[in-house]
Design a protein around this ligand. Sequence first.
Ligand code: PMP
Length: 381
Amino acid sequence: VVYLDYNASAPLRPEALEATLSALRSVGNASSMHHPGRDAATRVDAARRSLADLLHCTPGEIIFTSGATEANNLALRAGYARGGLLVTTAAEHLAVVETARTVTSEQPGSLLILPVDRDGTVDLEPLGAALDNQRVALVSLMLANNETGVLTDLAPVCKAAHEVGALVHTDATQFVGRLPLDLGELDVDLLSLSAHKFGGPQGVGALFVRRGTPQPHRPLLVGGGHERGWRAGTLNVAGITGLGAAAQAAGLHLADEVARVSALRDALEAALTAEIGDCWINGARVPRLPGVTSITFPGLPADAVLAAMPQVAASDGSACSSGAPSPSHVLLAMGHSRDDADSTVRFSLGHATTERDIERAAAAAIDAVRHVRSVMAATTE
Ligand code: PMP
């Protein structure tokens, strides 16, 4: 199978596999004072440093979590608890959309959802008006969209929000390890990430909390007060060790991977658009992640296209919503019809994708589209 679903989950990097296995073979709770406990704590410290190096922040600003979903829940709860409006966008991952709805549910009118345009770019005008006229607690905008790869320019948002004392959170799950990120320059207060999107294991992630950001009064998980009181529970030493190794490897190869992966993505898009004709690429006119392409084949159900190319693992919309057969809220927010949203396939590439993978995937996708087209034509006759 040609695996082109890196935005759902990227393959484990060899360095991460080795590091995770080595940690799994050892014993010890990172909070214990004896030698094995210290050994576990040393692994966690090293991972914290590796992740901090990748993000250009300090190790003390990292809270390890079970993934980006938990980091988003934590960030939105902490930010919103300060009182005021919560601002986010219509194209966020459900881990932000649903958390935003949940935390604001008891206070009608306390959630502002910014629209996006046909390219997936966020309309910041209502945010400007809210910052001018209302007390805004937290602005949460993703750095890169999981379905289209479309990027958000957060620098002006941070500047405007901080001028009135609002906090800024970003869900950077699809961005970390795929494009350079410097938290010395990007002035967000909170940032979420998940290890399995950049070659670490599943079930582990982190929340960056800039020094000085107020701690939540009520953390999601209370207990032993781990992670500076942000998140109680014995640390997932093996997962965190794997995350650290993946962060280090991703950082080491970042420049090469950006160039290589975007060239592969461009080759895939060129092959498909040249051979298929009636199709379009969502977000193609604006800055995007290197490794993602979201292609709409109007009139052809994406699930049928995917079923006609079983040798390629790609996705119809977002695999993150437990396979629920509803149209992508991201594409609907961009103004696409339900039918077009249901006719969209996402291919996402990454560190282990090869030229041969792209040649095979392009050939399979072209055949699949032709096949589905002929079936559809026969059934409508
Ligand atoms: N945010 C974004 C943008 C994502 O793509 C994902 C994963 N699909 C998540 C959050 C949630 O990550 P996890 O499932 O690892 O918690």
